[in-house]
Design a protein around this ligand. Structure first.
Ligand code: G1P
Length: 291
């Protein structure tokens, strides 16, 4: 078995109903955060973390995503003719970013099922999963931090964040204890998808970044529908935990839930403020706003 994490699976088959009407025709992954589609943030994070092969699990109506990472002859020719070399370079960079494969999830049977659709393309090697809705701003890419932990500890690694109060019910939640050596690591003993607040085993919520061993595919094949009637990735990893070590990892960085309107607005404001081109002007505008 290849031990290096070279491939990243991006489940991207969801319908994006939370963003209707914007997502009636446009895939939610293509909604712009400032001026870049949400999915591109995840792809750039994967590449900056050493990933060589991106696997998109898509569905009907997602062809804009495929086009985005493909060469656009017309656009490139126009930019070249107009001498817009910066934009031309950017357009070419997007289409040559990584090796990308696509596989379709024909029915919306859940996140665990979506990941299982990538089994043949991943094969018998450890791999990453990136949920593109979770956009993470970090100095060292979140996935890179996790791959480092995977390489040191040799077990699957799930990104985690502390979530206080009833909001925990929206997440997969870990049971276990903090590692005595590295306080960012959480030694898992169990996990549950979308528990009721009273039943949550901790305040450690799973965030959309995973480094998994390929054994999880076989276990997902046997995983029955769980929370909200779907085949859950959390349940597959819970089965993995009976055979292998699984770690939670409190990453350094800030996560935005771009799959949610409020999260998307927060990300838009913070990412815009950080930009050299529009940041100062935007800051001035916000400061002058009267509430
Ligand atoms: C998914 C996972 C959940 C995880 C969450 C992180 O849930 O099933 O375990 O905590 O992503 O964003 P979803 O947001 O798709 O309901």
């Amino acid at each position: 078995m290849n031990k290096r994490v070279r491939k990243a699976v991006f489940p991207a088959a969801g319908q994006g109903t939370r963003f209707l009407p914007a997502t009636k025709v446009i895939p939610k992954e293509m909604l712009a955060l400032v001026d870049k589609p949400i999915i591109q943030y995840g792809v750039e994070e994967a590449i900056a973390s050493g990933i060589e092969h991106i696997i998109f699990v898509t569905g009907r109506g997602k062809s804009a995503m495929e086009d985005h990472f493909d060469i656009s002859y017309e656009l490139d020719a126009t930019l070249e003719k107009k001498g817009k070399t910066d934009l031309l370079e950017m357009s070419r960079r997007i289409s040559s970013m990584a090796r990308i494969s696509y596989v379709r999830q024909k029915e919306p049977l859940g996140l665990g099922h979506a990941v299982l659709c990538a089994q043949d393309l991943v094969g018998d090697e450890p791999f990453a999963v990136i949920l593109p809705d979770d956009v993470i701003d970090a100095e060292v890419p979140c996935l890179k931090q996790m791959i480092d932990v995977f390489n040191q500890r040799g077990g699957s690694v799930l990104a985690t964040q502390t979530v206080e109060g009833p909001a925990i019910s929206a997440y997969g939640v870990l049971a276990g204890s903090q590692d005595p050596v590295n306080p960012r690591i959480y030694n898992c003993t169990g996990m549950i998808e979308k528990p009721k607040f009273e039943q949550a085993p901790s305040n450690q919520a799973i965030i959309g970044r995973y480094v998994l061993t390929p054994r999880v595919f076989e276990l997902l094949e046997q995983t029955k529908p769980g929370a909200i009637g779907e085949i859950q990735l959390t349940d597959g990893i819970k089965s993995l935990l009976k055979e292998e070590k699984v770690f939670g990892y409190t990453f350094e960085g800030k996560r935005f839930d771009a799959g949610d309107k409020f999260g998307m607005l927060q990300a838009t404001v913070e990412f815009a403020l950080k930009r050299a081109d529009i940041g100062p002007k935007f800051r001035e505008y916000l400061t002058d706003l009267k509430f």
